[in-house]
Design a protein around this ligand. Structure first.
Ligand code: ADP
Length: 550
């Protein structure tokens, strides 16, 4: 037994205890690799010394406009250098970073800004129209700082301040403020869950530090690494790679638009060694005409949705080396991965790809990942057949949802993060997802809430009932398919196309249903809509439309 008085005698102090924070990574990279390219974007290049200096100027400028520790600073921007600076400058001011999905519509942007009470919004000028619409919905809009990226299209932002002038007001020598306590919040990421409004996932410095360590380890990042930003940084802080790449001293290559030609060009021009991509991006790369194999080894982490083994095989055949990871916004991005095992390399490509399409085992910084029976809460047998809920626990699980104690309690009930994903446990301890218990659609790696689409459909005066489910899609993985019953007195001639148009006018385009069927909805005896029947109908409809004619 440990002597308690010894514990008391040797309390932590500044020499042996530092709160874990990814801000330390930038400070160290600026000391160790001052002249290494930290950021490469078109003809812009910043060394680690410059990235550190610009991030410190941002922290100082935020402080000078009155941002207090713990307050929220939002950013709406694609993968440009300012987005990386925000990952250091905002927490470096003691504030909390809120990255907003650039494809959202004004109503959701307004909801997020209001919900997190953002004090400042850093915004790329391309998003002027949608942002002004969102700001008009707020009683106390944040200070609008405009980023004038040369590659942006459109210049209708009219910000309160320009980003570069804002930085110039800051002191580039002000040290980044390390957190006093590693439990301090670093970021809030809004995710579309099973409810209509997005939920704010609150992450802390400690988790960000540890998940970045896990990312660097599993991805084998080092000072020679060149990381291409194909995964949106707004998506769970780019799975914590915004911090992991800096930890390793590698270069961040920014990419404004995820297009296959641009990806291939960047791989060739900058000697890219690593990138992360949802399965939809891998499909794009496979089918692009410019799909020449890279001349250097390129490691790809894929996840965000289940990657079909055929897509993994096609990427491997092209010389990319694939690692499959699974995670959620609630787990800072990746929390499990399909880890290599002796013998895997010797398998024929197809069998290897099938193995690699499993979600795998806990990553090195996660305590545990397992599958529990949904009724008893007990572990399912490791038989590769019994379905249960995938649960994870450890230091890389969110603090909880902002202002939503009920959702936090149920997500973290019983000491596990409940993923809402249904999986089996194989005899070798690897998990494999088979289905989803939660009502979301994952299109191109982005979550869409069925409920949010249903709410918009119900606003249509002629709609009596509506239910939306995921329809398998060879390009996007899934797309929303709406099943709608019209009112008895509905005007003759209302069509599915009209309802799609209705949704597109009210929702971000990626959320609007691609297919609408006008039907009587299948119900249980108690009148509940049977979504599993609709999922089957959507599956059949997709299979029928994929089948060649004749
Ligand atoms: P991300 O898309 O970065 O993983 P989200 O919070 O947007 O994070 O989505 C999480 C959900 O995405 C998971 O609960 C799961 O349903 C799905 N998902 C993520 N990665 C995978 C994967 N590798 N295989 C299957 N589903 C996945």
């Amino acid at each position: 037994m440990m002597n308690p008085s010894l514990e008391h005698e040797l309390a932590p102090n500044a020499a042996n205890h530092v709160p874990l924070s990814p801000l330390s990574f930038l400070k160290r990279a600026a000391q160790v690799y001052p002249q290494r390219d930290a950021v490469v974007y078109g003809d812009r290049r910043y060394t680690y010394q410059q990235l550190h200096q610009r991030s410190r100027a941002l922290a100082s400028a935020l402080e000078r406009v009155g941002v207090q520790p713990g307050e929220r600073v939002a950013i709406l921007a694609p993968n440009i250098p300012e987005m990386l600076e925000a990952h250091y400058g905002v927490p470096g001011a003691g504030a909390v970073l809120v990255c907003i999905n650039i494809r959202l519509e004004a109503r959701s942007i307004a909801f997020i800004l209001r919900h997190c009470a953002a004090r400042v919004l850093l915004c790329d000028r391309e998003f002027g129209a949608v942002v002004h619409k969102a700001l008009a919905m707020l009683d106390t809009p944040p200070l609008l700082v405009g980023i004038d990226d040369a590659q942006a299209e459109g210049a209708d932002l009219a910000p309160d301040l320009d980003y570069e002038s804002f930085l110039a007001q800051g002191d580039g020598n002000r040290p980044l403020s390390a957190p006093h306590n590693e439990w301090q919040s670093i970021a809030i990421n809004y995710t579309s869950g099973t409810t209509g409004d997005p939920k704010g996932v609150v992450l802390h410095h400690r988790g960000a530090y540890l998940n970045a360590c896990a990312g660097a380890l599993i991805f084998q990042l080092g000072p020679r690494s060149v990381y291409l930003w194909t995964l949106p940084m707004f998506h769970c802080n780019g799975w914590s790679h915004t911090w992991a790449v800096t930890l390793s001293g590698g270069s961040h290559v920014c990419l404004r638009k995820v297009q296959p030609e641009a990806i291939h060009a960047a791989i060739a021009a900058h000697g890219v060694t690593h990138l992360s991509a949802a399965p939809v991006v891998m499909s794009m790369l496979i089918h692009a005409p410019a799909g020449a194999a890279p001349s250097q080894a390129v490691s790809v982490i894929t996840g965000g949705a289940a990657p079909p083994s055929a897509v993994i095989a096609a990427m491997e055949a092209r010389g990319f080396s694939i690692t499959h990871a699974y995670g959620m916004t609630e787990s800072y991005g990746p929390s499990t991965l399909c880890l290599w095992q002796p013998g895997v390399d010797e398998l024929p490509l197809e069998a290897r790809a099938r193995f690699m399409s499993r979600q795998g085992v806990a990553h090195p910084m996660l305590e545990e990942a397992t599958v529990l029976d949904t009724d008893s809460g007990q572990p399912v047998p490791a038989d590769g057949a019994t379905l249960g809920e995938l649960v994870v626990r450890g230091n890389t699980v969110m603090k909880g949802y902002l202002h939503n104690p009920e959702a936090t309690r149920s997500a973290l009930a019983g000491g596990w993060l409940h993923t809402g994903d249904l999986a089996v446990l194989h005899p070798d301890g690897y998990v494999e997802i088979k289905d989803r218990a939660k009502d979301i659609i994952i299109s191109g790696g982005e979550n869409i809430s069925s409920l949010e689409i249903e709410e918009v459909l119900y606003q249509h005066p002629e709609v009596l009932e509506a239910a939306v489910v995921a329809r398998p899609d060879s390009r996007w993985g899934e797309t929303p398919h709406a099943f709608v019953t019209l009112c008895a007195e509905a005007q003759v001639g209302i069509t599915g196309e009209e309802l799609i148009r209705w949704c597109r006018e009210r929702l971000a385009h990626f959320k609007a249903p691609r297919h609408v069927s006008l039907v009587a909805l299948p119900k249980t005896a108690t009148g509940k809509i049977q979504k599993f029947v609709l999922r089957e109908w959507a599956r059949q409809a997709a299979a029928a439309s994929d089948r060649p004619e004749g």
